[in-house]
Design a protein around this ligand. Structure first.
Ligand code: PEP
Ligand code: MN
Length: 365
């Protein structure tokens, strides 16, 4: 049985929503001290403090992190804020150093999640260690790769797992530094029940403006927390200067976000219950109609076989696609939804008919 097929109480065991704050990179002990001081002044103490110690940079030559030295400065955070610390690890040596300095939570960055060799190396270094691990989505929107990294951790005994949605690199859409794809974290939560997914609006937006909107969307969708890069002097930050916010701004942002309640933790009220009953009934009807539709598809398939016709007929497909999409749009269904729905139905129809042909006339070996 795959780990995600089990019903299990996943997560880091911390409050929901989980707020993670702290700089993109640890720079100096003074910087860490100042951020902690301002977090206290602004009365925004995150549940976990983040700091990048080893920075995976796209091109060499830019600031690549302060290295092990920075781990010692995390004592400042422990003394000032008394909260757990998370750092990014990219290989077994990082894991070893982070564990030596008693870092409480590890995270794996997007550039590492894409590489199963690196993820496996980290997993081996963690075998038998009881530590929470958060895994950022890979650079490309590949759910399997993301889940694969979580599974590799699970396989060595890490059960305190969470995922982080930090968006996906997109060569064409320049509105975001990394474009969000909300269906992906939701799909992950569906596939792996109970998996907590934290949102990282900082790396999605790449700028200060727009962070709030993305963070609010994440909470609306039911994600479990926010990781927001926080620096006392963002413009002078040694990495990701454009996207970091001050602790005071972090406080303002968190105060203005509307945190929704998860229905999973409460009894649905009567109205919701009635509406859901109505949906259940309509879904039954949808299934009955689909069953009827596919029975017609099978009859057409038999006819095509009899008359030696190909399964796919492009004119007919185009006509179905265009006319149904137009009708759907008039009924306020989005064009994208109509096209996806029709592709899905059509693909199933074509596959059924092709199977019919194959089964009726098996290849003579
Ligand atoms: C970071 O969190 O600073 C970072 C490098 O993020 P990502 O792996 O999402 O690019
Ligand atoms: Mn960063």
């Amino acid at each position: 049985m795959k780990p995600h097929q089990q019903i299990k109480d996943w997560g880091l065991g911390l409050s929901n929503p989980l707020i993670i704050g702290g700089p993109c990179s640890a720079e100096t002990p003074e910087q860490i001290t100042q951020i902690c001081t301002e977090m206290k002044e602004a009365q925004i103490i995150p549940q976990i403090f983040r700091a990048g110690i080893w920075k995976p940079r796209t091109r060499p030559g830019s600031f690549e992190g302060v290295g092990e030295e920075g781990l010692k400065w995390m004592e400042i955070v422990r003394n000032e804020l008394n909260i757990p610390i998370t750092v990014e690890v990219g290989n077994a040596a990082h894991v070893e150093m982070a564990l030596k300095h008693k870092i409480e939570v590890l995270w794996i960055g997007a550039r590492t999640t894409v590489n199963p060799f690196a993820v496996q190396e980290i997993a081996e270094a963690l075998r038998g260690v009881d530590i929470p691990v958060m895994i950022k989505n890979p650079m490309n929107p590949d759910l399997e790769l993301w889940m694969g990294a979580l599974e590799r951790m699970y396989a060595v005994g890490i059960t305190k797992l969470a995922a982080i949605h930090r968006g996906f690199s997109d060569a064409y859409d320049k509105r975001y530094r990394n474009k969000p794809n909300w269906s992906m974290p939701i799909h992950l939560k569906r596939e792996w029940r109970g998996m907590e997914v934290i949102n990282d609006p900082s790396h999605i937006v790449g700028r200060r403006d727009g962070l709030l909107e993305v963070a609010q969307s994440a909470m609306n969708f039911g994600l479990d927390g926010l990781m927001i890069e926080t620096h006392h002097d963002p413009d002078k930050a040694w990495s990701d200067a454009k996207q970091q916010v001050t602790p005071f701004r972090l406080k303002e942002m968190i105060d203005s976000i509307e945190f929704k309640q998860s229905l999973e933790n409460m009894q649905p009220d009567e109205k919701l219950f009635d509406l859901r009953r109505a949906i259940d009934h309509l879904d039954d009807q949808l299934l009955a109609i689909l069953q009827e539709r596919f029975s017609l598809v099978d009859q057409i398939g038999a006819h095509k076989r009899e008359h030696n016709l190909t399964v796919f007929q492009s004119d007919r497909w185009q006509e179905v696609m265009d006319s149904r999409t137009e009708k759907g749009v008039k009924k306020h269904l989005s064009e994208k939804f109509m096209k996806e729905l029709l592709y899905c139905i059509h693909e199933e129809s074509v596959k059924r008919q092709e199977r019919q042909l194959r089964e009726a006339d098996p290849i003579q070996k």
